[in-house]
Design a protein around this ligand. Structure first.
Ligand code: KG4
Ligand code: ZN
Length: 364
């Protein structure tokens, strides 16, 4: 164990944001975000309709030192004030991960400070603790562009996977349906705006895995059905209705699978406070949040979701995960690997693989 307080620099480069942040884990165990800087590459990828890995990696190289210096300046912190360096080591686009992880290793070596090689999913898992006092354990629905999982989170390094998508991630479904509706990248927020005022009951969409045991997800049937309908639409009002129907169908699938996890979790934690946390980029969606909030209330769970700025990728969540790891005595050597795939619960992923090596889809 390393004593608190701990001030940690976090670095995030696993997808299309170059981000750096300084977070202090205070003596009372609460996080204080001292700075959080995010340089988005959206404009560079938008012409291609999605993230181009080589462009992302080069762009991280160009931005990383400026962004780290800005995070330190915004926090009013000098490098000597840092107690540790945390960098995302995966899962993600490996060219980008290598940029941030190498930068973090170089800083850790030069400053003689410990390194935390952080799993990006663990960052999302702790993100709700950046702005609120949410004690462990909790049930987590992690919904982002690359991931859709239900996890029991007992602390850093102690996550148990209850279910995962067997094909696309929820954010991927949002993005792909948005594309077929002619919306710009990134599609999730654009689809949410288009869905405003649309009629979600107008187009019936398939309900995957209905009645199936377990807590896995599937979005590919819904995505394909929505894409087929989108091709036939010409009027804006019809596109609005389809956007509303797709958004409602994604929210319904998240709820239908989460309720199973809630019931299993409640049985295993009888007599204890029950907390349900939703995190990741899709947690920014108001319709999704509303459905899950109602569900949590009905099942007797307190509902928590990070503020919108901490739902999508950021480095504050990486800094906090790193600080909690260092506080627990967990640090990494300079030989830590950059990993394109890295399940949070390796045992569950090996026992019930949803993806074979090399296949496209959720990364962990
Ligand atoms: O967590 P995140 O920033 O990156 C990953 O780790 O994947 O999540 C990005 C994903 C994208 O698929 C994006 O379309 C989706 O989150 N997203 C949304 C919204 N904001 C972001 N999806 C639906 N509604 C939103 N408001
Ligand atoms: Zn993410």
């Amino acid at each position: 164990m390393t004593g608190l307080p701990l001030t940690v620099l976090g670095i995030e480069t696993s997808c299309d944001e170059t981000a750096a942040a300084v977070v202090t884990l205070r003596a009372d165990g609460r996080a204080e975000v001292r700075s959080s800087v995010i340089a988005s590459q959206v404009a560079e990828h938008a012409p291609y309709g999605g993230v181009v890995p080589e462009i992302a990696a080069r762009s991280h190289v160009e931005a990383i030192d400026t962004i780290v210096l800005r995070a330190l300046a915004d926090a009013g912190v000098g490098v000597k004030d840092l107690d540790g360096i945390a960098a995302t080591a995966g899962p993600g686009l490996v060219g980008g991960v290598m940029v941030g992880l190498s930068f973090g290793k170089a800083m850790a070596l030069a400053l003689d400070r410990p390194l935390a090689a952080v799993n990006h999913l663990e960052g999302h898992a702790v993100s709700t603790r950046l702005a609120a006092d949410v004690p462990y354990p909790f049930l987590l629905l992690l919904v982002s562009g690359g991931h859709c999982q239900l996890l029991e989170v007992a602390g850093v390094g102690a996550c148990r996977r209850l279910g995962s998508t067997i094909d696309d991630a929820a954010g991927e479904a949002f993005d792909k349906i948005a594309k077929t509706l002619g919306l710009p990248y990134p599609g999730g927020p654009a689809l949410e705006r288009l869905a405003e005022g649309g009629d979600p009951a107008r187009f019936p969409l398939p309900r995957a895995l209905l009645g199936r045991d377990g807590c896995d997800f599937s979005f590919s049937g819904l995505k394909t059905a929505a894409a087929r309908i989108a091709e036939t639409l010409t009027k804006d009002a019809d596109r609005r209705d389809l956007a509303a129907a797709a958004q409602a169908a994604i929210a319904r699938q998240l709820a239908e699978r989460s309720v199973r996890a809630m019931q299993a979790y409640a049985r295993a934690h009888q007599g204890r406070d029950l907390r349900f946390v939703v995190a990741g980029g899709v947690a920014a969606n108001r319709a999704v949040r509303a459905v899950l909030q109602d569900l949590a209330a009905a099942e007797g769970f307190a509902f928590e979701a990070p503020p919108l700025a901490y739902c999508t990728d950021n480095a504050a969540m990486i800094a906090l995960a790193g600080a909690e790891r260092l506080a627990a005595g967990l640090s990494d050597g300079l030989d830590a690997l950059a990993r394109p795939r890295w399940p949070l619960d390796a045992a569950a992923a090996a026992a019930r693989p949803t993806h074979k090596a090399g296949r496209k889809g959720a990364k962990a």
